[in-house]
Write a protein that binds this ligand. Structure first.
Ligand SMILES: O=C(O)CCC(=O)C(=O)O
Ligand SMILES: [Fe+2]
Length: 274
């Protein structure tokens, strides 16, 4: 029997299901829990590549990540996290080891249609550290001072992979020159209808309609809140966990703190709407 344990204020942990054989009514409960909780974990799964893709496609279409160098060699729709962590000279490659650990962010903001969801399946988990931290975009909106809410309402941010620091080493050279895209900073979630702040300090380049000094001031205010928003759910991984988060209304970051000599490996998929 499916059991959904809701965390407060966000997150849910689901047990008692096998995603390979689950019926539509059970999946509907999972999808609903995901919409309501921003991020959910389905525990105790044992999946091959195709089984993982089949389950992922229940949420939407699986789309290859622009970082081609980290694609699974047999399957471009799956990105490998934590693989090839050491360089040829034996030193730690921090772009792999600390991927996603630089700050709270939302995946795919550099895309005209950002990823609706990101899902990770845990194949190997270190003995300590390596958690993933989450924070809600609804809570971020609610926490904004009224003055900022008013200034940002109807405004568009410009976003690009790597942002102002042009941190794009995981991209091949030919993929580094995409144009910035525009996203409204205050949005309504397309499924829940709730208002949220859409922001990514590591990907935003500017805000339309504000001069450089005004934009910088807003970045500073938002950045102070968004680089370290309160972590509202901290996922401690178990092997066999599938975690999916809603990029439309949440921020996340990797803790980036596990013993580097140990394995921490995930299959990661990026999901868009059908
Ligand atoms: O490895 C993690 O915990 C999360 C990394 C990340 O930011 C991502 O996969 O989008
Ligand atoms: Fe991420």
């Amino acid at each position: 029997m499916i059991e959904v344990q809701r965390m407060d204020p966000i997150g849910a942990v689901i047990t008692g299901v096998d995603v390979k054989t689950m019926d539509d009514a059970t999946f509907a409960k999972i999808y609903q829990a995901w919409l309501e909780s921003n991020v959910i974990c389905v525990r105790g799964q044992d999946l091959g590549l195709e089984e993982y893709l089949t389950y992922s496609r229940r949420f939407g279409s699986v789309s290859p990540h622009p970082s081609k160098s980290t694609w699974h060699p047999d399957c471009p729709e799956i990105t490998l996290l934590g693989v090839n962590k050491f360089k040829a000279d034996g030193t730690l490659n921090n772009d792999i080891y600390r991927r996603g650990a630089e700050g709270f962010h939302t995946d795919g903001a550099y895309d005209q249609v950002p990823f609706k969801a990101t899902q990770l399946y845990a194949l190997a988990i270190p003995s300590r550290g390596g958690d993933t931290l989450f924070s809600s975009g609804y809570a971020a909106y609610e926490a904004l001072p009224a003055r900022l809410k008013n200034r940002l309402e109807g405004r568009y941010g410009l976003f690009k992979y790597g942002g102002r620091r042009a941190k794009n080493v995981l991209l091949n050279e030919e993929d580094r020159h995409e144009k910035p895209v525009r996203h409204q900073l205050i949005q309504k979630h397309p499924e829940t209808g709730r208002t949220l702040l859409y922001y990514d300090h590591g990907k935003i380049l500017g805000i339309e309609g504000f001069d450089d000094a005004e934009t910088e001031g807003i970045f500073e205010e938002l950045g102070a809140m968004m680089i370290e928003p309160p972590c509202q759910y901290r996922h401690q991984w178990q092997k066999g966990d599938i975690v999916i988060w809603d990029n439309r209304c949440s921020y996340h970051k990797a803790a980036g703190d596990y013993p580097p000599e140990e394995d921490r490996i995930h299959w990661r998929v990026s999901i868009k709407d059908y």
